[in-house]
Write a protein that binds this ligand. Structure first.
Ligand SMILES: NC(=O)c1ccc[n+]([C@@H]2O[C@H](COP(=O)([O-])OP(=O)(O)OC[C@H]3O[C@@H](n4cnc5c(N)ncnc54)[C@H](OP(=O)(O)O)[C@@H]3O)[C@@H](O)[C@H]2O)c1
Length: 290
């Protein structure tokens, strides 16, 4: 597969390196200092705090060049608009692998509706200078598949091809027939979670503040209640039906867990704040149109 990974941060770098190692014709689009670092030594990555850093010589580009079988967009929500403009004249299907609660319409309106696929990356991690530190897989994360879907939910030959190609690189991808609802459900939950963790100064500080966790849960419930469809996965419905006290206790326990502490919830970067802001706007706009 001829693949362009657009965005050389945590998720894009991992995707490009894995696909390159699996023998695909993968290149990685970067800018600024990241571009210079990648040109010097390729993608460098390490498991969590391990001192062992691997280097993968993925070809790096500054602009899309020619056509691709697939362009995977791995940028933050608020960075998508600029990317769309640059993909107008570039041939190929485009898979948006990111937090997105505005549906496929605004994406297709710029690049062509027939080109759009939606998905969400499950290979998380953090950036440590120019080293991508990815989370070690555990029993739970191995069971979480990377969902990818057509906007209309069909299982098409191109969707099957993409899932197969990702699997050749050891990525646990799966076709998701309700991808837009999946992304909106995820945003309904993760945006209040991210905002509350950010405001508190991290997940553990948030766990210590029972009232803040209760307010966050109420926002999640409001968001879930405003969805046009039942939540996907259905398990998220429990956030509306289980007793508030029980959920607050479970959320506080989760916020103190290594999974939460090592996740993006501890990330106080301007990019994270800007992404959460844009996601909140998308959720509000979705609520207003119903
Ligand atoms: N990291 C995780 O653990 C994780 C887990 C699940 C989901 N996600 C989601 O996945 C998406 C991507 O996250 P991420 O962690 O990979 O973000 P990230 O580390 O911030 O990477 C985004 C990269 O894209 C680059 N970029 C943005 N606009 C660009 C443009 N116009 N041209 C060239 N490069 C551009 C950024 O460059 P600059 O730095 O110069 O802006 C940055 O290198 C987000 O929606 C995030 O919420 C992340």
């Amino acid at each position: 597969m001829k693949l362009l990974v657009y965005g050389a941060g945590v998720t894009g770098s991992q995707l490009a390196a894995r696909m390159h190692e699996a023998g695909h014709d993968a290149s990685l689009l970067a800018r600024g200092e990241r571009l210079a670092a990648l040109r010097r030594h390729g993608v460098r990555f390490a498991e969590e705090d391990s001192p062992t850093v691997r280097q993968v010589p993925v070809p790096v580009v500054e602009h899309p060049a020619g056509g691709y079988d697939l362009v995977a967009v791995c940028v933050r929500t608020h960075q998508v608009d600029a990317v769309l403009e640059s993909l107008v004249g570039v041939e190929g299907d485009v898979l948006f692998l990111l937090n997105w609660a505005a549906g496929p319409q605004p994406l297709g309106a710029v690049i062509g509706h027939e080109r759009v696929l939606l998905g969400f990356p499950t290979d998380g991690g953090t950036m440590d200078d120019d080293v991508v530190r990815y989370r070690a897989a555990n029993f739970l994360t191995r069971r979480v598949a990377m969902p990818i879907g057509e906007p209309d939910g069909r299982t098409t030959p191109r969707l099957e091809r993409i899932v197969r190609a990702l699997r050749t690189a050891g990525i646990n991808a799966k076709a998701e027939p309700r991808m837009d609802a999946w992304l909106r459900t995820h945003a309904a939950f993760s945006e209040p979670l991210g905002q509350a963790a950010h405001a508190a100064g991290g997940p553990v500080a948030l766990a210590d503040d029972r009232d803040a966790v209760r307010s966050m849960l109420r926002l999640m419930r409001q968001n879930l209640a405003a969805l046009a469809t039942p939540p996907v996965p259905r398990g998220f419905a429990a956030l509306r039906t289980l007793p508030e006290g029980l959920l607050v206790a479970l959320l506080r326990r989760f916020l103190r867990s290594p999974t939460a502490v090592q996740s993006g919830l501890s990330d106080t970067s301007p990019a994270t704040a800007a992404e959460l802001q844009r996601l909140a706007e998308q959720i509000r706009a979705g609520t207003r149109t119903r």
